[in-house]
Design a protein around this ligand. Structure first.
Ligand code: ACO
Length: 311
C-alpha cells in the first residue's frame, strides 16, 4: 500500500540508501527534485552569460584561457543537471521551455551586470565560493543521479573559486586603480552573493521537507553563516573593506554577525525585475533559436542512419 511504500522510502533515506530513478518515490519528492535540479541547471546555463561578457576583453591570453575553460565548465554542469532532471520524467524541451517562458526560476545572482574585469574575480571568489558551500552537501543528496552529478561539478567549482580569488589578489596587490576596481566589485557582489543562499529559514517553504528527504543537509541560514565566516578572513587577507557597517565578530559564538539583507531586492530579482533578467532570457532564447539548424541537422543525420540500418 501507499503508506508502506512511503514508510519504506523514508527508511531508505534515513539509512542513507540512495533513491534511484526506477525506485518508488512520493510525488512531492519527485516534484521538488525536478524543481530544484532544473532551477540548478538553468542557473548554470544562464550563469555563463555574465562572465562570457568578458571573454573577448580578458587582459591576457592566459586569463582568456582560464575564463573560456570556466564558462565551458558551466555549460557542462548545466547538461549533466538537465540529464539528472530527465531521469525524473521531464523532457529537456519542457524544462528549457519553462526557462524561456519565464516560468522557471534560476539563481538571482546571474541577473547582476559584470561592469569591470574585477567582476570576473569577484564572481569566481564569492559566487563560486558560495556555490561550493551549497553544493558540497548536495554530493550526499538522497537522489542518486543528482548526488553523482554534483561530485564532478564541485571539483570544477573549486578551480573556479581559486582562479577568482587569485585574480582578486592580483588586483588587490596592483596599482591604486586596480585595488579600487577590486573594492568596487566586492561592494557590488557581496550582498547579492549572500542572497544566493535563498530566503531566511523562516521564509523558506521548501526547507523542512527537503531536509527530511535529505536533499538538503543544511538550511539556507546555516550555509549563509558558514559562507560569511569563511569569506571575511579572505577579504581581510586581500586588504579589502567589507561593505557592511554592522558586521562584527562574536567571540562567544565564534561567528560573524552581519547586517540585514535587503529582501525586497531579492524578491524583486527572483520575480523577474532585476537589472538583467530580461536581457538574460532574451540572450538564451536567441542562442536557442540560432542553434535550431544544429538540432535539425542532427535529427536529419539520425534519421538517415536509421534508414540505412534498416535497409
Ligand atoms: N535565486 C532565485 N530563486 C531562489 C533563490 C535564489 N538565490 N533562493 C531561493 N529561491 C527560490 C526557491 O527556488 C523557491 O522558489 P520555488 O518554491 O518556486 O521553487 C523560493 O525561492 C523559496 O526558497 P526555498 O524554499 O528556500 O527553496 P529551496 O529549498 O529550493 O532552497 C536553494 C533554495 C538553496 C537555492 C536550493 O534550491 C539549492 O540548494 N539549489 C541547488 C543549488 C543551486 O541551484 N545553485 C544555483 C546557483 S550556483 C551556480 O549555478 C554556480
Amino acid at each position: 500500500t501507499e503508506i508502506n511504500l512511503e514508510e519504506h522510502f523514508q527508511n531508505k533515506i534515513d539509512s542513507e540508501i540512495r533513491i534511484e530513478p526506477k525506485d518508488w518515490m512520493p510525488d512531492a519528492y519527485r516534484k521538488t527534485l525536478i524543481r530544484q535540479i532544473s532551477q540548478h541547471a538553468h542557473s548554470e546555463i544562464v550563469g555563463m552569460l555574465p562572465e562570457a561578457n568578458w571573454i573577448t576583453r580578458a587582459p591576457t591570453l592566459n586569463r582568456k584561457k582560464i575564463l573560456l575553460a570556466k564558462v565551458q565548465d558551466e555549460a557542462g554542469h548545466g547538461l549533466y543537471l538537465y540529464c539528472a532532471a530527465e531521469t525524473l520524467g521531464v523532457t529537456r524541451d519542457q524544462t528549457i521551455n519553462d526557462l524561456h517562458s519565464g516560468k522557471a526560476k534560476y539563481s538571482s545572482i546571474f541577473n547582476y551586470p559584470t561592469l569591470t574585469w574585477a567582476d570576473i574575480g569577484a564572481i569566481g571568489w564569492l559566487v563560486d565560493g558560495a556555490a561550493i558551500l551549497n553544493q558540497v552537501p548536495l554530493c550526499r543528496a538522497s537522489y542518486g543521479p543528482y548526488a553523482r552529478a554534483m561530485v564532478r561539478i564541485c571539483k570544477e567549482e573549486s578551480f573556479h573559486q581559486r582562479q577568482g580569488y587569485e585574480l582578486m589578489m592580483k588586483l588587490a596587490q596592483g596599482s591604486p586603480e586596480q585595488k579600487a576596481m577590486a573594492q568596487d566589485a566586492f561592494n557590488r557582489w557581496w550582498w547579492p552573493t549572500l542572497m544566493m543562499f535563498g530566503p531566511k529559514d523562516a521564509d523558506s517553504g521548501n526547507t523542512e521537507l527537503s531536509m527530511k528527504w535529505r536533499i538538503k543537509r543544511f538550511t539556507n541560514d546555516e550555509l549563509r553563516q558558514r559562507f560569511v565566516d569563511v569569506s571575511i578572513p579572505q577579504a581581510e587577507y586581500l586588504g579589502l573593506t567589507i561593505p557592511d557597517p554592522d558586521l562584527k565578530f562574536n567571540k562567544e559564538t565564534g561567528h560573524y554577525e552581519f547586517g540585514e539583507i535587503d529582501w525586497d531586492e531579492f524578491w524583486k530579482v527572483v520575480k523577474g525585475n532585476g537589472l538583467c533578467n530580461k536581457e538574460r532570457i532574451e540572450t538564451r532564447k536567441k542562442a536557442f533559436d540560432d542553434g535550431a539548424w544544429v538540432r535539425e541537422a542532427a535529427t536529419a543525420y539520425h534519421e538517415k542512419r536509421k534508414l540505412r540500418e534498416e535497409q
